[in-house]
Every structure is written in C-alpha cells, then in structure tokens.
Design a protein around this ligand. Structure first.
Ligand code: NAP
Length: 274
C-alpha cells in the first residue's frame, strides 16, 4: 500500500530515542522529510546522524518543549526549513514512571507533571502547527497517549509499582483535547487522533523490570516473563509495533478518521472500548 508520505514534512517531538525515534525512522523509510527534537543535544544529533546515514532528510532541533516559546519555535523552524508542514506527531513526554503509590502520597507537582510535560506540550505544538497545515491545504496530527488513559492498574500490575494516576490524568486529558481539536479543524482537512501504546520496550523498560524484580525478590528474567505474561500476545509492545498505525493515520489515504483514540496493547486491556 502506498501511503503517499513521500515528500511530506513531519515533525516528531521527543524523537532522539524510543517510540519517537522509531516513528521518525518509519516516516523516513516512506520518503518523508523529518524534523526531530529533544532536550539533550548529543543524543538528538546521534539520532539524526543515524537517520541521515539511512538516507533521511532530517533536521534536528534541540529544545525543551516545556519552555514557554519552545513549541512555537520548533514548529516554525521545521516549516521554514522544509517550506511546509504536513504532519505533527506529539510524542514527547518526560518520564514519570516513579510515581507515588497513592493519591495521599502524591504532591501537586507529581499529579500535574505528566499534564505539564506531555499534554500541554502537545496542545501548544498543535496550536503552532495549525496555520502551517492550513497553508498546506490540510494536515494530520497524531498524539501518542498511553493506556493509562483507559485503565486503572491494580497494585502489582504496573511494573514500576507506582500509581498510574499522573499518567492517567495526562493521557485522558490528551484524549479530550484531541476530540475538541478534531472538531475545530476538520473543515480545514486537518485530522487529529490519539494512539495509546501499552507498556513498550523503550529506554524506560529496563528500570521497570529491575524495579519489579527488586520489589518481589525475583530475578530480572522472571520479572520480564511476568510482565510478558500480562499480554495475551505473549510479549510486551515493541517500538516498531506503534509505527504502522501512526503512519496510516498520518497518511492522506486516511481521509475520514478523526477524533479517535486507538489502543495498541497486545490484548492486555480487558475493557470493551466503544
Ligand atoms: N514506553 C512505554 O511503555 C509507553 C507506554 C505508553 C505510552 N508511552 C508514551 O510514548 C511516548 C514516548 O515514550 P518512550 O518510552 O519512547 O519515551 P523515552 O524513551 O523516555 O523518550 C522520550 C523522548 O522525548 C524526549 N523528551 C522528553 N522530555 C522532553 C521535553 N521536555 N522536550 C523535548 N523532548 C523531550 C526525550 O529526549 P530528552 O530526554 O533528551 O529530552 C526522548 O527523545 C511518551 O509520550 C510516553 O508517555 C510510552
């Protein structure tokens, strides 16, 4: 299937590693031109060098997206460099895996950290992208949420042991934002969706496995096996599992899917979402 992504200009936020990097690489493999950003310049440049070595036309923009004007600057820089902007992937998020065990333990900062470090960043980047997408005759915004938007994890289910409340607050607010924005910009042919990965093997994963192993007094291999057993497909999600859906939603082929929240969980969530 030709996704018609060749030549499209894509911004992927938080793309120096993990899911963002895998997405940038997948877009580049389809011939898209990509701008990536992250806070740590050395890791960002290393990621860009890898993508360029694979043939990508890749611009690296160092930025801490939580700083007041950073989202606007990143989007405008990418659009000016490539002459247009077609697709925005809101992926960046600070890692808040070490969350408190309960609401009573949580500080206000911990409760709002995911919203401020992810949801508000996605909102501001989207706002900055809309005029460029209108000028391009349409666009696609895909936000990377997380299954905490849809599920409350019982003690022991989360490998990190902490409450998923901060992640849930941030990711469910992201869904609400996506639905609102999809209404606002549909007539401009800008389609907006959110994809929720479940536990995915990124740089965050080894810590989670180690935490579970330490908490239960088991080996790392046993902890890994326990986590995998929670997935009916028999394994955790890999970063390359996220790309096919995100690329399809970002494609011009997908001209009528908007305002939707779609989960990639290997069957792990048991609720019926409709
Ligand atoms: N991994 C999972 O199990 C999982 C599950 C559900 C949802 N998700 C979601 O998927 C997305 C990616 O997760 P991941 O596991 O791939 O994350 P990751 O490996 O921790 O990578 C995060 C990326 O975002 C960048 N970043 C973080 N804060 C930033 C900021 N303030 N400004 C600019 N860039 C920033 C990081 O680079 P710097 O640190 O250099 O800035 C890095 O490139 C996140 O939205 C996460 O919530 C992940």
């Amino acid at each position: 299937m030709d996704l018609h992504l060749s030549g499209s200009v894509v911004v992927v936020t938080g793309a120096s590693q993990g899911i963002g990097f895998a997405l940038a690489r997948a877009f580049a493999a389809e011939g898209a031109r990509i701008a990536i950003c992250a806070r740590t310049p050395s890791r960002l440049e290393a990621a860009a060098a890898t993508l360029r070595a694979e043939g990508a036309d890749c611009l690296a923009i160092p930025a801490d997206l939580t700083e007041p004007d950073a989202c606007q600057r990143v989007i405008d820089t990418a659009a000016a460099h490539f002459g247009r902007l077609d697709i925005l992937i809101n992926n960046a998020s600070t890692n808040v895996d070490r969350t408190p065990k309960s609401l009573e333990d949580a500080t206000d900062t911990q409760l709002t950290e995911r919203f401020m470090g992810k949801t508000l960043v996605a909102i501001k980047a989207s706002r900055a992208a809309i005029p460029h997408m209108r000028a391009a005759g349409g666009g696609r915004i895909v936000c990377i949420g997380g299954t905490a938007a849809r599920s409350v994890f019982r003690g022991g289910e989360r490998p990190s042991n902490g409450s998923g409340l901060p992640q849930g607050l941030g990711n469910s607010a992201l869904c609400n934002f996506v639905k609102h924005l999809s209404e606002e910009v549909a007539a401009d042919q800008i389609l907006v969706n959110v994809v929720h990965p479940h536990l995915t093997r990124t740089g965050r994963h080894p810590d989670r496995v180690a935490n579970r192993a330490a908490a239960q007094g088991i080996s790392v291999a046993e902890a890994e096996a326990q986590i995998a057993a929670n997935f009916p497909i028999g394994r955790v999600i890999e970063t390359d599992d996220i790309a096919p859906l995100v690329l399809l939603l970002a494609s011009r082929l997908s001209g009528a899917i908007t305002g939707q929240s779609i989960t990639i969980d290997g069957g792990a969530l048991r609720g019926v979402a409709y």
